[in-house]
Design a protein around this ligand. Structure first.
Ligand SMILES: [Zn+2]
Length: 243
């Protein structure tokens, strides 16, 4: 079956690419390659534009995993638009939004190193994010915020490497998230390492150095059930209401 080459896996900093239409239905298009990250692992799908060779541009309002394994579906603003299969086009993601998502996503890796407890859930939004921890007591808000910002100031590099499913099975302590297991069945799992701070399997997009995250604020520590504590983060410049 058709599969989309995930260009963001090799370069999370690229914004422009060219591709061919593999499959299309009204309002949705699957490309042979893409920089648009499809919603998954708590990170929202990318937005941006697709441009035909004649210069016409179409807005992409969301990106989802496609109907077939390995496919990425670009959701078009015009729900009636049907792009021709086999046609060439250029794409550009909304880079500023993606960079904010990458900063927050990477910041959640750091939070999982500051609070040492199993992660039961999480989500990334534009300017905010949260992680849920399996913890009987609430961590102290100011202390978590201080330690998190101290880590960010270390400006450690972020790197990737691939291991086999069998190697991951031999190191179950790498998997911190109980609710989101790393994708298996492809034989290989991508490990994301924040040097000296965190190492875990993850398919999301990350900043190159954690100093790029900038200062973060712990908005709230909430009790969500007897064994569950929800920690909400936000960037000080973005006070969007969080859910
Ligand atoms: Zn990640």
């Amino acid at each position: 079956m058709s599969a989309t080459e995930l260009l963001f896996r090799t370069d999370a900093y690229a914004a422009d690419f060219e591709a061919e239409v593999l499959a299309a239905e009204p309002g949705r298009v699957v490309l042979d390659r893409t920089l648009f990250y499809p919603e998954g692992g708590g990170q929202p799908g990318d937005t941006g534009v697709l441009r035909l060779p004649d210069g016409r541009e179409f807005k992409v309002t969301d990106t989802r995993k496609g109907g077939e394994p390995g496919e990425v579906a670009h959701v078009l603003e015009d729900a009636a638009l049907l792009l021709p299969t086999g046609g060439r086009l250029a794409g550009r993601i909304d880079w500023e939004r993606r960079h904010r998502l990458m900063r927050m996503h990477t910041c959640l890796h750091l939070l999982s190193a500051v609070i040492v407890a199993p992660v039961t859930g999480g989500a990334v939004g534009d300017g905010y994010g949260r992680l849920d921890f399996d913890l009987p007591e609430s961590p102290e808000r100011e202390e978590v915020e201080e330690r998190l910002n101290a880590l960010i100031r270390r400006d450690a590099p972020v790197s990737f490497r691939w291991i086999t499913d069998a190697e991951l099975d031999a190191q179950p302590e790498l998997v911190k998230t109980l609710s989101v297991q790393p994708p298996r069945g492809h034989g290989q799992v991508r490990l994301v390492e924040v040097e000296g701070i965190d190492l875990q399997p993850c398919g999301g997009t990350h900043v190159r150095r954690i100093g790029e995250i900038g200062r973060v604020h712990i908005a709230k520590v909430e009790k969500k059930g007897k064994q569950n504590r929800r920690v909400r983060l936000e960037f000080p410049t973005n006070r969007t209401t969080i859910n």
